[in-house]
Structure formats: C-alpha cells, structure tokens
Design a protein around this ligand. Structure first.
Ligand code: C2E
Ligand code: CA
Ligand code: CA
Length: 705
C-alpha cells in the first residue's frame, strides 16, 4: 500500500469529519471559528466561509436554556472552555433558528501546544432533540401524575417481581402513618402490615393471579397503621407480563377506604337499623328471612318466627308521653337482645312490634315448636319484670304469635302474616301470652277479610238500617229511644250489631258506619221537632270508643247537628266503660266540648268493667245504664239486687239518671221502679223496631195532638 501524502491525509480527515454524525466546530484561542464540518454547517444553516466570517454569535440563531431563555455569550461552550481551559461534557443547549428548535448535546475540549498555550477549542455536538422532547414529555406526564395523585387518595406502588424491588410512594407511607419506609420497603413489607385475618385470602389471591392470564386486579384488605389500627384499602392495578405470559411486575394504587367504609356503614345503618333501639329494622329482617329460609332448606332443620307486640303500649305513650314510650321500647329491646341467642335475628318492626327469628331448631316440627315455646316463655318472663322509667316503675307485658317453618316454607310475607295472626289471637286470649299459628286461623282471617269487604259494600249500597227501642219512665210514659243498628245483608238476612260492630271497629269501618248512624239519628230528631209526641223524645245513640279516639269527633258531631238541624239537647251519646282505658284527658276534653253544645252522655253497660268513682266524676255524664246482666237476675239472684241498689244509690249521689236495660219481666220492672230507676228499656216494654215503624207507632195521632 502506498503511503498517503499529507494532502491526502488532510482530505481524508475532512471526509471523515463530513461523515461524522456529530457537528464539529474548531475555534481559535480568540474564539473565532477556524473550521466547521458539514453537519455543523447544516445545523447552523451557514457555509464554512460564512461561519469563519461571522463567528458563533449572530442574529440568525439563538442558543437557549431549557426554559427558553437565551444563553449569554459566557455560557456558550466555547467561551466556557476558553475561560476554564477544562473539558466540558454533556451540556445540553437549545438552538433556535428559523422558528425551529433543536437540542444539542455538547462536548468541548481545549487543545494546547507543547508550551501549554491554548491553541484552539473544539466543540462537538449531536442533535438530541428526540431524546430531549421525550424527556420533556416524560417530565410533564410525571408532573401531571403527581398533581393528579396529589388530589386523590390513591397511593401508588410498584413491585418488580424478578428483582424483588418494591417501590412505595410517599403517599403510600403517609396512608399508614409512616414518614418513610422504616424497614417495610421489601416484598413482604406490606405482608407484615397486613391484617392477620386477611393473609390467607391475599395469599390465595396472589397465587391465583400470577399464573393466570389476567392483567388487572382489584382486591380489598386491611393494613396496619403505625398507631395500631387497621386501614381498609382497595388495591387496584396491572400485572405486566412477558410474551410467554410470565408476570414481571405488579403495579397499582392503594385507595384508603376508611371514609368510604364509614359512609357505607352509615348508609347501611340508616337503611337497615332502627335508630331508636339500635336493632335491625323491618327491611333488614325481611331480606334476611330469605337467607334464613334458604339455610333451613339445606340444613333440614325447623325455625320459628315470633311476632311480639307490647300490651297497652299505646296507653303508656298517650298518658306518659312519647319520651317514656321510647324509653320503654329501648329497655324492651335490650332485654330481648340479652334473652335470645346472638345468632337469632331480632328486629323492631315499627311501633311496639318486634320480630325474632329462631334458626336451627329441632329437626321435627313438634320438637321445634316445644323449643320455640320454651324460648317464648323465657321472653315473656323477662319482659314481665317491672321497668324503671325515670321516677316511675312501670309494668308491661307482651303478646307473642309464633309460627314454625321449615326450608320449603312459604314466602316470608306469609310467615309474617301467620305470626301476626297468631299474635292477635294471643291478644284476644287475654294478653301476656303466646299463641301458635294454625291454619284454622288463616281460614278465619280470610273469612273475616271477606266479611269486612262485604260490609264496605253494604255501607255504600245502603244496607244498614236503624232500629229504635223505646224507653219509659216509672209511670210507663214514653220518654225516649235507643238507636240500634242492623245490617240487612239480603232480603232475608238481617244481621245484629253484635255480629259486625267488632269487625267494624277492627277494620276502621266503625268511623263511617258510626257517622252514618249519627247522621240518620239526627235527621230523625230534626223530623220529630214538629211532632207533639216524638218531638219530646230523647234519642240515645251508641258511640264506639274508636270514634271517641278521633280528635275530630266533636267537630264532626257539630257538623252533623248543624247540617240536620237536630236539637242537641235531645241527643244522648252512649259510651261504654272501655273509654276509661284510653287517654282520659283527651277523651274528657272531647266530651266537655260536646257537652258544651248541649249533648248528654250516658255510660252504657255500667258495672261490667272499670267502675271507678274517680272516673265517673271526671266525665260530664248525665246517666248510668245498669248492665243487662244485673237486671236479668235482679229478682232472682241474691247477688244482683244489692249491686243494682248500690248503682242506683251511686247515681243519686252523683245526680245521674239511672237507666235499666233488658227489662223482660214485670218482677224486674217493679223492683227497679221501687228502687228508684228513672228509665226502663226492655222486651217487656217494647222491642227494637225499624225506625219508620217506631215513628208510626209513637207519632202523635190526630187524637193525641
Ligand atoms: P247495647 O247498647 O247494650 O244495646 C242493647 C242491646 O240489648 C240491644 O242488642 C238490644 O236489642 C238488646 N235488648 C234490649 N232489650 C232487651 C231485653 O229485654 N232482653 C235482652 N236479652 N236484650 C235486650 P243489639 O241491638 O243486638 O245491640 C247489641 C249491641 O250492639 C249494643 O248493646 C251496642 O253495644 C251495639 N250497637 C248497636 N248499635 C250500635 C251502633 O249504632 N253503634 C255502636 N257503636 N254500637 C252499637
Ligand atoms: Ca247502648
Ligand atoms: Ca248496654
């Protein structure tokens, strides 16, 4: 090979320079440009001659910092090296030219002669624009991520499986009360913080996740906070896998669920708990009952549903106030909770009603029934103990309906109905007791419902009739009548009130029925005004305690009076002693309001129930009606006569009229008249008859008038 001439070497060097993927510029010791290769000329947009002429600084381009501000001349690589006389490496500067920006990675070094004098500075630069913009957008996205995370409760982490390297963000540590890693930043760091109860679940979760093909995950667990309590967290994120599906890393965020759990709990409590007693509510029980039935089906064991209702709770509530009522309900709830097993569902159903579900009783219906019976007896005994309410000691009892069920039981709704029915039977049996549901009850309930529906129809079709039974004074003079209602269900079927008043009271139908009776009675009184005989009569109308309970009752009666034009002083309302079991103040107030309009009250069936003198004096009564049962035996049984005599004496003392009903024999009549009874009513003197017939019979005839 021929040795190359110096010119050849120089040419080759130039060639090499021109093909370098970097810009090379050589400066003289005074900063002038001596040489620039092709790439440098391209980047700067000038020929070598122009560069040598104009120098490195001019108006066509600007060198800039990261933030876009221009470099001062001292900051140019060549000037730095000229000043420091040292190598410069890795400086990145921007070059703005023709509205485009490039980023240059610069290295520069000084060249000295043998005497150590600086000869020239060589600056090399490569275009790193792509790298720089990637880095910038990375920084931007990191900043964005940082800002997003700043506002969220998500704490990022990253676990590199192959290298076992784990990264927990600051937020992650903060979530658990740590300032920094404190020795937990390794793959089992978080496992050591995991709630022991969650460990098996998490192990299983991870063991299933890693070998699977799933790339996202979401799992909840609890981590120990630095101060010892556990923080509920939700971990969500991604599994990165290689081409074969092997998991390489797991990364994600943990969300602190404390606040969410608290809200959830609150919502749950609002939806499923009774705020007064803290027990479950009706909604919860009904939903839970479905599960209980399903479990019963699997286990093949019987269960029992108890429907419990406090006796006389309304009375306490009305007389002692709602605070007392609430206090009693809370105590009852506490006693129930401590009496039944923890696993038994217990709920307040509303008002003074509670429901208990006993699960896993005996495998036979009979056995389950006796088990449930024993538990109910225990419940009743516990509830029967006196209650301390403020300064008062209060007695309260309960009535319980029980229904036994197995897995293929009917619907929850049916079960509740059955227990409810049985509870009503327990009440009817005298309260403070329990009653098992039996299908005959259902039949009876169905019949009752049909009967009530027929009554509603009867009322709208005008099937009810008023009958009147005359009342006489001791001399046999007609002084008034009692109105008695009948139901003409069909042409031949006339039903007495004893067969439907009770149902009407239970169904609430007594309100429209009673109003109708009162309306028709007042219309009769108004009609009679012009009649010489009828116009002098008083009309006694029976009023149910359910009607008296209505605060609007006095108003309704007033409207009927003014609507019909009946003389109020001729109207008597007959109440039974059961009104004494009500809120006495309210009832007495209503009676006084009516009395003020001129209406009189008589106390019906006197002597059969509460006969307290105190009560008699609190109500504005005009008459006492001796109960039929005393009248019946007055001339026969040695017990009845003194009672009747005592009632008459009492009435005289209180200045009340004494009315005797059910007078069937002359012996009874003469005894009562001798004793001083002012009014007599009974089959002996006149049977109840249709109103029209009564009017016809007793109307002043032309002769009488
Ligand atoms: P009550 O108010 O005690 O009515 C008297 C009942 O005794 C009436 O029965 C009457 O027919 C019956 N009676 C009358 N005289 C004699 C007699 O000499 N011997 C016998 N054994 N009984 C006699 P009734 O009409 O079947 O009424 C039964 C009950 O139904 C009434 O008892 C009353 O409590 C209730 N009732 C009747 N009409 C109404 C009404 O419009 N509203 C309300 N709330 N209850 C009513
Ligand atoms: Ca009566
Ligand atoms: Ca009576």
């Amino acid at each position: 090979m021929q040795p190359s001439s110096p010119a050849e070497v120089l040419r080759r060097l130039h060639d090499l320079h021109d093909h370098l993927p970097a810009g090379v510029v050589a400066h003289a010791a005074d900063g002038r440009i001596l040489f620039a290769n092709r790439l440098a000329q391209e980047l700067l947009g000038r020929t070598l001659e122009q560069l040598i002429e104009a120098g490195p600084v001019n108006e066509e381009w600007t060198f800039v910092h990261d933030d876009g501000s221009p470099l001062s001349p001292e900051e140019l690589p060549v000037n730095i090296v000229l000043r420091t006389k040292a190598k410069l490496a890795g400086l990145v500067i921007g070059l703005k030219r023709d509205a485009t920006s490039r980023w240059l990675l610069c290295n520069a070094y000084p060249e000295f002669d043998g005497a150590g004098t600086l000869q020239q500075v060589v600056v090399c630069f490569t275009d790193c624009t792509t790298l720089k913009t990637t880095q910038q957008s990375l920084e931007e996205s990191e900043e964005r991520l940082r800002l997003v995370l700043k506002g969220s409760t998500d704490a990022p982490w990253d676990w590199h499986l192959a290298s076992s390297e784990v990264y927990y963000s600051q937020r992650w540590w903060n979530m658990l009360g740590y300032r920094g890693d404190e020795g937990y930043a390794n793959p089992d760091g978080w496992v050591r913080l995991l709630h022991p109860g969650d460990v098996p679940m998490i192990e299983q979760y991870v063991n299933e996740l890693l070998p699977s093909t799933r790339d996202s995950f979401s799992v909840e667990f609890r981590l120990r906070h630095r101060d010892g309590h556990y923080v509920p967290v939700l971990a969500r994120g991604y599994v990165s896998r290689d081409a074969t599906g092997l998991a390489l890393r797991i990364s994600g965020v943990n969300t602190d669920l404390t606040e969410r759990k608290r809200t959830e709990k609150r919502i749950y409590q609002l939806a499923y708990c009774d705020h007064l007693t803290g027990l479950r509510n009706r909604r919860f029980l009904i939903e839970e009952l479905e599960h209980v039935l399903a479990r019963g089906q699997r286990s093949g064991r019987y269960g029992a549903l108890l429907y419990l209702d406090l006796d006389n709770f309304k009375l306490l509530n009305d007389t002692m106030g709602h605070d007392m009522g609430d206090a009693l309900l809370r105590q009852v709830a506490r006693r129930l909770r401590s009496t039944v097993r923890h696993s038994d569902e217990l709920a307040r159903f509303g008002g003074d009603e509670f429901v208990v579900v006993l699960e896993d009783l005996h495998g036979s219906r009979q056995g389950a029934a006796s088990e449930a019976g024993r538990i109910v007896a225990k419940i009743l005994a516990v509830l029967d103990q006196p209650y301390q309410l403020d300064a008062f000691v209060f007695k309260s009892t309960a009535s319980v309906g029980i229904t036994i069920f197995d897995g293929d039981a009917t619907s929850t709704e049916t079960l509740l109905k059955q227990a409810d029915l049985a509870m009503y039977n327990a009440k009817a049996d005298g309260r403070n007791g329990a009653c098992f549901f039996d299908p005959a009850m259902q039949d009876a309930a169905n019949r009752r419902a049909a009967f009530e529906a027929a009554m509603v129809d009867g009322l709208s079709m005008g099937q009810f009739r008023l009958f009147c039974q005359p009342q006489f004074d001791g001399e046999g003079q007609l002084v008034g009548a009692e109105v008695l209602v009948r139901w003409q269900r069909s042409e031949r079927d006339l039903i007495g009130p004893d067969h439907f008043i009770g149902f009407a009271e239970e169904s609430g139908l007594i309100q429209p029925l009673g109003a109708w009776v009162l309306q028709e009675s007042c219309r009769a009184l108004a009609r009679w005004r012009e009649d010489g005989a009828l116009g002098r009569l008083k009309l006694a109308v029976n009023v149910s305690v359910h009607q008296m309970r209505d605060p609007q009752f006095p108003l309704a009666v007033g409207e009927i009076l003014s609507g019909t034009g009946a003389p109020p002083e001729r109207l008597y309302l007959e109440l039974t002693e059961s009104v004494f079991a009500e809120n006495v103040d309210a009832i007495s107030e209503r009676m006084h309001a009516l009395r003020a309009r001129g209406i009189c009250f008589s106390l019906d069936d006197f002597g059969t129930d509460y006969s307290s003198l105190g009560y008699l004096m609190r109500f504005p009564l005009a008459a006492l009606k001796i109960d039929r049962s005393f009248v019946r035996d007055v001339d026969r049984s040695p017990g009845s006569a003194p009672i009747v005599e005592a009632i008459i004496a009492l009435g005289r003392k209180l200045d009340l009229e004494i009315v005797a009903e059910g007078v069937e024999h002359e012996a009874q009549r003469s005894f009562l008249v001798r004793g001083g009874c002012s009014l007599l009513q009974g089959y002996l003197l006149g049977r109840p008859m249709p109103l029209a017939q009564f009017e016809q019979t007793y109307r002043a005839t032309a002769g009488h008038a």
